[in-house]
Ligand binder design. Structure first.
Ligand code: UT7
Length: 336
């Protein structure tokens, strides 16, 4: 046996029932279905009406635990990637720990916006590789509707609510699991995608609320340019340094922010559309949840197969971006 690698041994997800369609948005703001679909690929998104990010995380974890036939008391670490924590503190990981009854676990939140799940996945994998922990939960959960201004057509069409979770355990076979990651941050991009109110810089006040500083601000064009380049460059970098060609990659699992960014990334990697996990039309951009939501849905319908090479890629606020190479090790669910 070579170096101990962490492997994804279970997946789960949750998306709230309430659907907000492009037609619904047409009644709220000056937009139209055609513009939204052609510019972004989004048709509808989900909205969490009652409950917070921790509640969606709990449902995704319950889905995972039931599929794995495992009790929450076996979990040792919980890492929650989110930009919409229930509160500034305590950490959402603590709330999740209590709600699922993970009596032996410790945990923490990780903030890297749309790259949050990938940063958390590698962090969790390192805890497993170190030999210290054997059951690490990595969760991406975001209730984006809680920070979206539904009068701002530039942003409100983009985002939705969801959660996804994976379990990391020591891999049992050489060459399988979380093989490699490459990440970047560039703080000079911070001002193009941010929420400026409510923190220690601009503590909440009537003024910050009047100025709508508690909502997402995005300079879409700037983010778009950097996202296309960042996600494609880092995906090609991770392929090159692991000797992968387009035909070797079974699945690209991209962050779902914009179908045009996804297509540009796939093209640079030499990957066909059919090899790309895309569900942006159903959920929009769910920030930290997009990638585990894809993994869980694709695994559920039997399309993720043991031994496949998959590349996960993300770009988000910060700027933050990166890619992770995974040799998939989880066996398909039995199909009836
Ligand atoms: O997940 C984190 C990372 N985030 C991203 O990766 C998002 C990156 N950015 C984008 O995906 C795109 O920039 C958007 C989808 C946000 C916008 O697409 P765009 O092609 O860059 O459009 P734009 O902002 O340049 O706007 C083009 C036009 C403007 O009108 P004028 O100035 O040309 O008359 C906008 O006012 O479209 C207008 N517009 C809209 N029209 C109908 C903007 N939003 C809307 C809307 N409906 N919802």
């Amino acid at each position: 046996m070579g170096v101990r690698k962490a492997a994804i041994t279970a997946v789960g997800h949750y998306a709230p029932d309430k659907i907000l369609t492009n037609a619904d948005l047409e009644k709220m703001i000056d937009t139209n279905d055609e513009w939204i679909r052609t510019r972004t690929g989004i048709r509808e998104r989900r909205i969490m009406e009652n409950g917070a990010s921790s509640d969606m995380a709990v449902k995704a974890i319950e889905n995972l635990l039931s599929r794995r036939n495992m009790s929450a008391s076996e979990i040792e670490v919980i890492i929650v990637a989110t930009v919409t924590p229930d509160m500034f503190f305590p950490a959402t990981a603590c709330l999740v720990q209590q709600k699922i009854g993970a009596t032996k676990a410790w945990g923490f939140d990780l903030s890297a916006a749309c790259s949050g799940f990938l940063f958390a996945l590698t962090t969790g994998a390192k805890l497993v590789e170190s030999g210290t922990y054997s059951k690490v939960l990595v969760v991406g959960t975001d209730k984006m509707s809680s920070i979206v201004d539904y009068t701002d057509r530039n942003t409100c069409i983009l985002f939705g609510d969801a959660a996804g979770a994976v379990l990391l355990e020591p891999g049992t076979e050489d060459g399988y699991g979380i093989i490699d990651s490459k990440f970047y941050v560039d703080g000079s991009g911070g001002r193009y995608l941010c929420m400026t109110g409510g923190g220690s810089l601009n503590p909440p006040s009537h003024e910050t609320v009047d100025k709508k500083m508690h909502y997402i601000y995005q300079d879409g064009k700037n983010v778009y340019k950097l996202a296309v380049k960042g996600m494609a460059d880092v995906s090609v970098e991770i392929m090159d340094r692991n000797g992968l060609k387009g035909e070797d990659v079974a699945w690209l699992v991209p962050h779902q922010a914009n179908l045009r960014i996804i297509d540009a990334t796939a093209e640079r990697m030499g990957i066909r559309r059919e090899q790309v996990m895309i569900n942006i039309e159903k959920y929009g951009n769910t920030t930290a949840a997009t990638i585990p939501l894809c993994l869980s849905e694709w695994w559920e319908c039997g399309k993720l197969k043991k031994g496949q090479n998959i590349v996960l890629a993300a770009f988000g606020a910060g700027y933050t971006w990166g890619a992770t190479y995974v040799k998939w090790s989880l066996v398909n669910p039995q199909k009836p």
